[in-house]
Write a new protein. Structure first.
Length: 244
């Protein structure tokens, strides 16, 4: 199945009646994923939902630390390292919480994730093209299919030229060396554009995805954090049969 095909069989729009909900916030680097995931988490807490905020990769875990080494370029460059290798590292990082997610979703807990399988599809798929990319996306879907699948994927769309500018003013990333603040994914603008293109294709093809445009095109400026948050709340209420 390629990124332009219909809904994927492993990505359910709704979980079983009475179950918890699993929401993933996706986007390229510096698109505001962590900020919006935290705001949604706080909103659900205020509604007295049992909810947990997750962030992938988990750099303080065994496999997450290996992802950090990959992003620092210790295993090779974007061009020299086969995408299957980092894909396995990212997937293994998520498999560390598989049992917890399955167990707690069944008893009604909600989870908000800053990145998930969808990042593997976009970031690693961007290293390939044509039928190779299609086959690779199918492989990733199969590889990570045993994991709990999200009820809703919210993709925060920000054009690459804007995210490149936003990267300049952000805090230093914990997994990076002291003298560097951009990993091997972030340093290549053309690669970042391919990542965006795949995200948009996936969002167009899979029915549990929603795109939120984070740029006010009339003003040619990033929308306010609160404005984007309010739209996310509207989307969650609409797609998950209400949360209030």
């Amino acid at each position: 199945m390629n990124a332009n095909s219909g809904s994927h069989p492993h990505e359910n729009v709704h979980g079983p009646e009475g179950s918890g909900k699993f929401i993933v916030i996706e986007g390229v680097d510096s698109s505001g994923k962590h900020t919006q995931a935290k705001l949604l988490f706080d909103y659900l807490l205020d509604l007295q939902r049992e909810v947990e905020l997750l962030s992938f990769p988990q750099y303080d875990t065994v496999f997450g630390s290996l992802v950090g080494k990959y992003l620092r370029g210790e295993y090779g460059t974007l061009e020299t390292l086969p995408p299957e290798i980092p894909s396995l590292l990212y997937a293994l990082d998520r498999f560390q919480v598989k049992d917890k997610l399955q167990r707690e979703l069944k008893v009604g807990k909600w989870f908000i994730a800053d990145r998930y399988t969808q990042s593997n599809l976009a970031h690693q798929g961007a290293k390939l093209s044509g039928t190779e990319r299609e086959s690779f996306i199918t492989w990733i879907d199969s590889l990570e299919s045993p994991l709990p699948q999200p009820d809703l994927v919210i993709y925060l769309h920000v054009p690459v030229d804007i995210t490149q500018h936003l990267m300049q003013g952000r805090k230093h990333k914990s997994y990076m060396d002291a003298d560097k603040n951009r990993d091997i994914h972030e340093s290549d603008t053309e690669y970042q554009q391919r990542v965006v293109d795949i995200y948009l294709n996936l969002a167009n093809a899979r029915e549990n995805w929603v795109v939120i445009n984070c740029v006010d095109e009339e003003k040619d400026a990033i929308r306010s954090i609160d404005d984007i948050h309010n739209e996310i709340i509207e989307v969650v209420n609409s797609r998950l049969n209400g949360i209030s």
